[in-house]
Design a protein. Structure first.
Length: 356
């Protein structure tokens, strides 16, 4: 089913995976997170890279819902805004559009798209708040992302985090394919906990193929392909003005303008107000205030409680090791070391939602 935004959503938003259907959040109500019995029995993603640098994404998700607990479907968080070049005044955006979902098993597949509370992601909610689901259900979620391929003088590359390390669920199977306007000449796959250099199966070609073994709690997967630069047109990242913290939290320019207006009205200097309001926009809206022991973005399951923690850096996905030679985050062919990329790869999250 095609997306029906809860509010008008402009196709300009700046990728991690974790599945289980937590609680539905409406107004200011607190979401309840999925229990430990939720798990992914299969997760496969098909990426089609286009000549203009955009990518069409089709996710095939098979999720095991626990018996006796109210689940309505899945929430997908697609990170569409990421830091760029370690700058604090500019972030990179991956505009998202054409969001759709279906369920081969007949589960409700209504779609609602909205900005997530973390400021960096778009929430794709698939399901029906008036109906519950149990057992094993399959979902197919698709969307289009602009400006996702990175350009270099001698090649182009696509770099993606499939599963977020720190996930509190197990994944029995994680696979992906990447097809471009020309065959890929290199393919890399890594899996494990944050910072892992352990390799998973990767085969370059007309359709690059990736496969990771069953993931234990806390493990993630990242993939990357290199293709000829001549297969693409001009590859230019979409950059926006905004505030970026050292941990990657983003405040967009419109929000910053609103902060300025409030400052004038309140007779408070902008730096002082921004410092206070940033704490509200960033810390209490999904980044810093989080439940101990859960992946950022998740909350305790139905009927569960969790200790709230503040401070510290949230977990980030397994990352490749691009050298600093390029301004967009290339990768080392030998993969013998793992420097931090200048542009963080997109990340995804997925989880079940329950009745509020």
């Amino acid at each position: 089913m095609q997306a029906t935004p809860g509010r008008r959503y402009a196709a300009s938003a700046g990728f991690a995976v974790l599945l289980a259907f937590v609680a539905w959040v409406l107004g200011g109500t607190v979401a309840q997170a999925a229990g430990a019995d939720d798990s992914a029995t299969a997760f496969h993603v098909d990426f089609t890279l286009n000549h203009d640098g955009s990518v069409d994404v089709v996710e095939h998700i098979t999720w095991q819902f626990p018996e006796g607990q109210a689940r309505h479907g899945i929430d997908r968080l697609v990170r569409v805004r990421v830091g760029y070049q370690n700058r604090t005044d500019v972030y990179r955006e991956y505009p998202i559009s054409a969001v759709r979902a279906t369920s081969p098993t007949g589960a409700p597949a209504d779609v609602q798209v909205s900005d997530a509370l973390d400021g960096s992601s778009v929430r794709i909610r698939v399901g029906d708040p008036g109906r519950t689901v149990v057992g094993t259900q399959s979902y197919v979620v698709s969307y289009h992302l602009a400006s996702a391929v990175n350009g270099f003088p001698d090649h182009a590359e696509f770099y993606w985090n499939l599963v977020q390390p720190g996930d509190t669920h197990q994944y029995a199977q994680v696979t992906a394919t990447v097809t471009g306007p020309a065959p890929s000449d290199r393919a890399e796959c890594f899996y494990g906990e944050q910072g892992s250099t352990q390799r998973c199966s990767a085969t370059a070609g007309a359709a690059a193929r990736f496969s990771a073994p069953g993931l234990q709690v806390g493990q993630g997967v990242s993939v990357l392909v290199s293709l000829p630069a001549t297969a693409f047109g001009t590859l230019t990242p979409v950059l926006r003005r905004g505030s970026v913290s050292d941990s990657g939290a983003i405040v967009t320019a419109p929000v910053a303008s609103a902060v300025g207006a409030l400052a004038v009205g309140a007779g408070i200097t902008l730096p002082l107000l921004a410092a206070g309001l940033m704490g509200t926009l960033v810390y209490t809206r999904g980044r810093d205030e989080r439940y101990a022991g859960l992946t950022p973005g998740l909350r305790p399951g139905v009927g569960d409680t969790g200790a709230v923690t503040r401070g510290g850096r949230p977990a980030v996905a397994v990352q490749f090791t691009p050298p600093r030679a390029s301004n967009q985050g290339s990768w080392a062919p030998s993969s013998t070391r793992r420097p931090t990329p200048s542009t963080s790869p997109p990340r995804w999250s997925t989880w079940p939602f329950a009745a509020s």
